[in-house]
Design a protein around this ligand. Structure first.
Ligand SMILES: Cc1ncc(COP(=O)(O)O)c(C=O)c1O
Length: 374
């Protein structure tokens, strides 16, 4: 059957036998009434730590909580300043406000769509923040990740890394999540490693930080009825943990399929006004997103063509954080070169998901190429 539609993402391409294994596992957990905690969570956390090359991995309720827990664990307190990129998902900004701290938006580099060292240095010098949240968007990472980490450390800025989109991403051959001071991820179903519901995790190599995170996700408990901190309930569910554990058995194949898709677009769409962008050479992306940049005045027309061809698309993200209505009254500063605003108007994401077929990729590429021939 010739392809005549491609969704932006689909969540239903599982490996043969995955569904049966999951449902069988759910039945077992149900019979044991193991709904929260238990060996399935410990098993998942051990597998997450191993694959992300992190000493500790702590499962939690979602990726937003993971950032809030990380902020609390490093010691960010009320009214302290935290840098966030102007180009990210709103949860990064929200997390800072939710722990009572004050966000400062810092612009990204126009080419890499991530923070660069120079702008980060300027923000640290100007605002003297307690902490910063570096976000690894699109399954890439800032090309300056290592330099930013070093600069933050040397200048006493606690650096949290929001890796909601970068599970499996590497820099200089090292796992991003596993080499940060503290990093977080989201297992929202549409992520590279998605759960059967909401879930997230925090990663660190620091024992004390890991213990604090564990206490915070479970009502500040130091034992069942002793509460050493004000935490909240951010425990990961057992069914989600099972789903994630089973997914991890296939993670390499899923990552490879996504990476191949991104590569396919990059090669097949060369020389067009829509320019595929990939991660820097020293960053091994995870294929979370297929990203392209187009002159903002030409984006709507290409979107129309994709819609007519029943091709899903994304504009991740269509507005900078500093422009969100909810940012008013919370932001206490910004560094704004207009780059996040430009990228938000110029970015266009093509379909990308694990096990997308060559025929589907070709249908998308053919549609985009034909658009520019007209
Ligand atoms: C960059 C980023 N940060 C944080 C989050 C929040 O994760 P969750 O939806 O699991 O709370 C997401 C999820 O979309 C994200 O993409």
């Amino acid at each position: 059957m010739p392809v005549n539609q491609v969704p932006f993402i689909t969540l239903n391409r599982f490996e043969p036998g995955f569904r049966e294994k999951f449902l069988g596992g759910v039945a077992t957990l149900f019979e044991k009434t193991q709904f929260v905690g238990g060996p399935i969570v410990a098993e998942l956390e051990a597998a997450l730590a191993k694959i992300s090359k992190s000493k500790y991995a702590i499962g939690c309720a979602n990726g937003t909580d993971a950032i809030q827990i990380a902020l609390r664990a490093v010691g960010v307190e009320k009214n302290e300043k935290v840098l966030v990129p102007d180009m990210t998902f709103w949860a990064t900004f929200e997390a800072v406000v939710n722990v009572g701290a004050n966000p400062i938006t810092v612009d990204v580099n126009r080419e890499s769509c991530h923070w660069d060292l120079e702008t980060f240095k300027k923000a640290v010098t100007e605002f003297k923040p307690k902490a910063a949240i570096m976000v690894h968007l699109y399954g890439w990472a800032s090309p300056d990740t290592m330099e930013i980490r070093k600069y933050a450390k040397d200048n006493g800025v606690l650096l949290i890394e929001d890796g909601a989109q970068c599970f499996g991403t590497e820099i200089n051959g090292e796992s991003i999540l596993g080499s940060a001071l503290i990093s977080t991820t989201s297992f929202y179903p549409a992520k590279v490693l998605g759960a059967s519901g909401d879930a997230g995790a925090i990663f660190t190599n620091d024992e004390l930080l890991s213990q604090t995170c564990r206490i915070l996700i479970n009502h500040g408990r130091t034992d069942h009825y002793s509460h050493g901190l004000i935490g909240w309930n951010s425990r990961i569910g057992a069914y989600e943990s099972l789903f994630l554990s089973l997914s991890l058995e296939h993670i390499e194949a899923r990552l490879e399929s996504r990476r191949q898709a991104v590569k396919y677009y990059a090669e097949a769409l060369q020389g067009l006004p829509f320019k595929p962008v990939v991660a820097a050479a020293h960053v091994k992306e995870n294929g979370y997103c297929a990203v392209g940049i187009i002159d903002p005045t030409k984006r709507a027309a290409l979107i129309e063509t994709l819609k007519k061809a029943n091709i899903g698309y994304g504009t991740i993200y269509p507005g900078a954080m500093s422009l969100q209505a909810g940012a008013k009254g919370h932001m206490v500063g910004s560094i704004d070169y207009g780059n996040a605003h430009y990228v938000s108007q110029a970015v266009l994401n093509l379909p990308c998901f694990a096990y997308i077929t060559k025929e589907e990729l070709e249908y998308v590429c053919q549609t985009v190429r034909n658009h520019f021939k007209q």
